[in-house]
Write a protein that binds this ligand. Structure first.
Ligand SMILES: O=P(O)(O)OC[C@H]1O[C@H](OP(=O)(O)OP(=O)(O)O)[C@H](O)[C@@H]1O
Ligand SMILES: O=c1cc[nH]c(=O)[nH]1
Ligand SMILES: [Mg+2]
Length: 216
C-alpha cells in the first residue's frame, strides 16, 4: 500500500514546500529541521497502524485506562541524508531501537554512478516493526539495497518505507522489487520526472548536500 501524505491539505505541505524552495533550503539548519518535522508527522501517522492494548496508568487522583502501542520499533535510515528524518521519527518513537545503513551514489568521470554499500549497524529486527527512512526515493536502488541489507538482521513483522520526495519511477521500482514483501510505503510527495542524472524533478535537489554540505 502507498500513502502519500501530501495529497491531503495540511501543515505537512508547508514543510515540504520549504524543503523544495530554493530560497529557503539554502539555510541548512532550517532544511534539517524541516526534514525532522516531516519525520515527526510520519511517525504519528504510522503509529496508527500499530497494535494497541489497554493499560492502567496511575494518576495522582485515580487510574486511567489507556490504549498504548505494543510493537517493538526499529527506526532505520540510509546515510547521510536520512539522518534528520531519522531524528524526527526518533523524537516520537523515543524508545525505539535504531539501525543505520550506508548507501551512496559513487560517480565516475562520465557522470555515471553505482550505489555503494559499505556499512550496516542494526539490532536484531526479528518480529519487530521496521521503519526504513530516506528523504529521497529517486531510482529506488538505494532503498532496495538497504532493505536487503536489513534482512541479514532477521525477519521483521512489517516494514514501513518512508520517503519525503519520491519519483513515480522509484515508487514503481520498489513496488516491483519488493512485491512479495510485507511493506507499506509512506511518501510525502510523488514527482513525475527523473532527469538524465537520476535526480527527481522538481524534487528538491541533493538532500544530503543541502543538509550537510557538498562532499568530495
Ligand atoms: O533512489 P536512488 O536513485 O538510489 O537515490 C536516492 C539516494 O540518493 C541520495 O543519497 P546520496 O547518494 O546522494 O548520498 P548522501 O545522502 O550522502 O547525499 C538520497 O539520500 C538517497 O539515499
Ligand atoms: O533528486 C535526488 C536524487 C537523489 N538524491 C537526492 O538527494 N536528490
Ligand atoms: Mg546526496
Amino acid at each position: 500500500m502507498v500513502h502519500t501524505l501530501g495529497d491531503n491539505n495540511s501543515l505537512f505541505n508547508q514543510f515540504i514546500a520549504e524543503i523544495r524552495d530554493v530560497n529557503i533550503q539554502n539555510d541548512p539548519l532550517r532544511f534539517r529541521r524541516n526534514l525532522e518535522r516531516v519525520g515527526e508527522i510520519f511517525a504519528y501517522e504510522i503509529s496508527k497502524t500499530f497494535n494497541y492494548s489497554e493499560k492502567d496508568v496511575q494518576t495522582p487522583l485515580g487510574t486511567a485506562k489507556m490504549n498504548l502501542a505494543e510493537d517493538e520499533i526499529v527506526v532505520a535510515s540510509i546515510l547521510r541524508a536520512g539522518l534528520p528524518l531519522h531524528n524526527g521519527l526518533l523524537n516520537y518513537f523515543d524508545r525505539s531501537e535504531n539501525a543505520f545503513i550506508s548507501a551512496y551514489r559513487k560517480y565516475n568521470e562520465k557522470g555515471e554512478f553505482e550505489i555503494k554499500f559499505e556499512y550496516i549497524s542494526s539490532p536484531s529486527i526479528d518480529g519487530k516493526v521496521v521503519i526504513l527512512a530516506d528523504p529521497m526515493l529517486a531510482t529506488g536502488s538505494s532503498m532496495e539495497l538497504a532493505y536487503k541489507a536489513l534482512f541479514t538482521k532477521g525477519t521483521p513483522k512489517h516494514v514501513h518505507i518512508v520517503s519525503v520526495i519520491a519519483s513515480a519511477e522509484g515508487v514503481e521500482f520498489v513496488k516491483e522489487k519488493l512485491a512479495d514483501e510485507n511493506i507499506t510505503l509512506w511518501m510525502g510527495a510523488i514527482d513525475s520526472e527523473l532527469n538524465s542524472k537520476s535526480y527527481i524533478v522538481p524534487g528538491c535537489g541533493d538532500a544530503g548536500d543541502l543538509a550537510f554540505g557538498a562532499k568530495l
